[in-house]
Design a protein. Structure first.
Length: 341
């Protein structure tokens, strides 16, 4: 620094209210959740006129920040493993029947939370709870709010808010803002909640409190897709999901090489060298016999991953239905060999 220079901060004479209205609008549109939008309006009343000019656009953008990641995740599941025709997308104006009404649960939520539900895509429920083929995640069924009159009895559990915050995680904004998007079953099933005020996703297990960091919807579903693409979890028709990366962790003891499984992490740290795939070697070994072991072990998960690649995943020649049929046949044979049937 030369003698005629110093590190004294340059005082700005242009405040937020002095910016051109176009920039003020862009500031509103760049905010990532409803909480930030309201905070700006409350702390800078002079921007209220600017806000009102684009209020509908801001609301639509804020809604899309939550709706779009869910839609993209369901579209991935549709291509990856869901039976054909199970994903339902809303009409342009949203699901018309999702409206607050006496005793239907929606009246307990904010207008914005209901607007989110109205514009979400859903996995159609097959008629019973806990269906493996249409699961949203491990032992988890998505709540299908697209069903007409599905929540008119006044006692629906789906509309309840997240009730189990832990001390080291952000507390939800309040039940009026929180919507349930998926319900877990059995002891380790996953529940998923969206806090529409903050834009955060909450995940918990049926019998354990939270089991994943609380992050923004876009990041959460983006990470879910990345995790499934590398087969951290393996979906199986008529069977529970195999947590493949966790099975590898338990079997291979990577902590000896400073690679640790932490249940507080969303997913085990991924190191490609720890997870090699050699199609010729797997073909040479053939299907896992598993005579003395119940279905669902690491070798089963690795073979099913191989079946995905055999059937063209993730390229243009991917044949989902043929792959799912091959998996069914493999699983049936495994059960027979292990004596489970």
């Amino acid at each position: 620094m030369s003698d005629d220079q110093n590190d004294t901060p340059i005082k700005s004479t242009v405040g937020l209210l002095g910016l051109p209205s176009e920039l003020q609008m862009q500031i509103f549109l760049s905010l990532y959740n409803q909480q930030s939008v309201v905070a700006l309006r409350l702390t800078c009343h002079g921007l209220e006129d600017v806000y009102q000019r684009i209020a509908n656009t801001i609301r639509a953008d804020q809604r899309e920040r939550i709706v779009a990641p869910v839609r993209e995740y369901l579209e991935f599941l549709d291509r990856f493993k869901l039976p054909d025709g199970m994903v339902r997308h809303p009409p342009s104006g949203g699901w018309p029947h999702i409206q607050p009404g006496p005793g239907n649960g929606f009246e307990q939520k904010t207008d914005f939370a209901v607007d989110i539900l109205r514009h979400l895509s859903y996995i159609h429920e097959p008629g019973f709870f806990g269906d493996h083929d249409t699961c949203f995640a491990y032992k988890s069924t998505m709540v299908d709010y697209s069903e007409l009159n599905r929540y008119d009895d006044g006692h629906d559990i789906w509309m309840k808010g997240y009730e189990h915050p832990s001390e080291n995680r952000p507390r939800p904004s309040g039940e009026r803002h929180v919507i349930t998007i998926s319900i877990g079953w059995e002891s380790s099933g996953y529940h998923f909640y969206i806090d529409t005020w903050s834009g955060l996703i909450y995940q918990e297990e049926e019998e354990d409190s939270t089991c994943a960091p609380i992050i923004m919807a876009h990041d959460f579903f983006e990470d879910r897709i990345k995790s499934l693409k590398r087969f951290d979890e393996v979906f199986i028709p008529d069977e529970n999901v195999i947590l493949r990366r966790k099975e590898h962790y338990k079997r291979e003891e990577p902590w000896k090489h400073d690679h640790f499984w932490n249940r507080e992490d969303r997913y085990v740290e991924y190191v490609p060298d720890d997870d090699p795939y050699d199609a010729e070697e797997i073909e040479r070994q053939g299907e896992y016999d598993g005579t003395d072991e119940e279905f669902g072990c690491m070798e089963d998960a690795d073979w099913i991953r191989h079946l995905y690649f055999q059937h063209g995943w993730p390229g243009e020649k991917w044949d989902k239905n043929a792959c799912l049929q091959a998996i069914r046949e493999f699983v049936e044979g495994r059960h027979e060999r292990s004596g489970e049937f």
